[in-house]
Design a protein around this ligand. Structure first.
Ligand SMILES: [Zn+2]
Length: 129
């Protein structure tokens, strides 16, 4: 058996794996110091496969939105995150702003929210707990 040859596909797999992480680190500079595990954590996924699917989904959404809603997109500060009903999520530019909204919603509507960083920008989104 040619060991070198049989290892080739595995080696290639490993390279591809690092390629996606490295691309993410390069494109999203605020993630440049993150380890592979921290990147998975950041995107709320558990495996590379899920990360790939997530990135593919983002690409699709991006392409679709750019085609159909170019003007609208400018008005929403270039964030492409959608909520469960496929509406754009509100982007809070600071953590403080998001935290104030959490307090306000709890007080006025008795709904508990939590914040998380937007995967595209240095802003924040809110989600129900
Ligand atoms: Zn977002």
């Amino acid at each position: 058996m040619n060991l070198k040859k049989s290892l080739k596909p595995i080696k290639k797999k490993i390279q591809n794996k690092d390629k996606l992480y490295n691309t993410i680190r390069r494109v999203y500079t605020h993630l440049s110091e993150f380890s592979n595990e921290e990147i998975l954590d950041y995107y709320h996924v558990r495996s590379l496969k899920e990360l790939e699917m997530h990135i593919e989904h983002i690409k699709e959404v991006l392409q679709k939105q750019i085609k159909n809603y170019e003007e609208e997109l400018e008005q929403i500060a270039n964030c492409f995150c959608l909520d469960s009903s496929e509406n754009f999520k509100y982007l809070y530019s600071t953590k403080k702003e998001a935290e104030e909204q959490i307090k306000f919603t709890l007080k006025t509507k008795q709904i508990k929210l939590t914040l998380y960083p937007c995967p595209f920008h240095c802003g924040w989104h809110l989600t129900k707990i």
